[in-house]
Design a protein around this ligand. Structure first.
Ligand code: PAF
Length: 279
């Protein structure tokens, strides 16, 4: 695997692939890779000849500096995993390379960023869309892969590529879960042993709500109460549990097929998010 450090290296590498007639998939990450990420690399191989992974812990998207400082960094381990999954290129710029001294541009997607993660983490999505726009602009992949766990992030990126006429297909990969149902996340390793056990309640709540939906219950309030009742006995502090429309991300009072239960909790000082598309 070749490691690229600057936008120019990324750009020239992708140009060379295209001259060879190869299509390119990009998988943007912040590193601390786990099985959730490796499933994205495997999916990327199904969509393109060449897979470019990116690792960049993006300071612009952390509204909390403690969260940024505590974000796990494991580049050697990550490189091993990338090689095991036959990723051909890793783009891993430094903060100074990504954001030069006079950097002063921000990409802001309106509307859908005002709710949920956007209202709890002001500025987060501008940070995400700014860095993803830069990755897309330097890498110009044919497709880019993102995990469903970050449901709102995908909606924001899809809105951005549509609004800015960016010719990149966004592919959504299913959430990969631990055996007890906890959605895989780089943040999970920050949970203490007991908090890690308690964290299983999150997906249990979502599953119970799905069971109720399948049994005919449609009142969002009822489904939300079910999720909350599963989580409340734990030490997790619930930020939100909402039933939303998958496109507008607006709250729905009545659930229907394809709408989404989204949630965020703070457990052991670690922010965990998850979601479930009701079927
Ligand atoms: O989902 C992530 O890991 C990040 O938000 C992303 C998309 C790599 C942008 O920094």
């Amino acid at each position: 695997m070749q490691i690229l450090r600057t936008p120019k290296e990324l750009s020239q590498t992708v140009d060379a692939c295209r001259i060879n007639g190869q299509s390119v998939a990009m998988v943007p990450t912040m590193g601390a890779l786990h099985q959730g990420h490796t499933s994205l690399f495997d999916l990327a191989h199904q969509h393109a000849d060449v897979v470019v992974a990116t690792i960049f812990v993006n300071p612009l998207q952390f509204n909390n500096s403690v969260d940024f400082d505590k974000y796990p960094l494991q580049l050697d381990h990550d490189i091993q995993l990338l090689e095991q999954h036959a990723v051909q290129f890793l783009y891993a710029p430094t903060v100074d390379t990504m954001y030069g001294a006079n950097f002063s541009t921000s990409v802001h997607v309106g509307g859908i960023t005002d709710v949920l993660e956007g209202s709890s983490r002001p500025g987060h999505f501008s940070g995400v869309s700014t860095v993803v726009a830069k990755l897309f602009s330097a890498g110009r992949p044919d497709v880019a892969i993102f995990g469903q766990k970050d449901f709102q992030q995908i909606a924001v990126i899809q809105r951005m590529v549509a609004d800015l006429d960016i010719p990149i297909q966004i592919i959504v990969a299913p959430t990969i879960r631990e055996t007890d149902g906890l959605a895989m996340s780089s943040r999970n390793i920050r949970l203490s042993g007991s908090a890690r056990q308690e964290a299983a309640a999150i997906s249990q709540g979502l599953r119970q709500a799905q069971d109720q939906f399948a049994a005919g219950i449609r009142e969002s309030e009822h489904l939300i109460k079910t999720v909350k009742s599963a989580i409340e006995p734990t030490s997790a502090v619930i930020d939100y549990v909402n039933v939303i429309d998958s496109a507008s991300l607006r709250d729905l009072s009545t659930a229907s097929q394809g709408c989404v239960i989204v949630l965020a909790v703070l457990l052991d000082g670690v922010r965990l998010i998850d979601n479930h598309i009701l079927v």
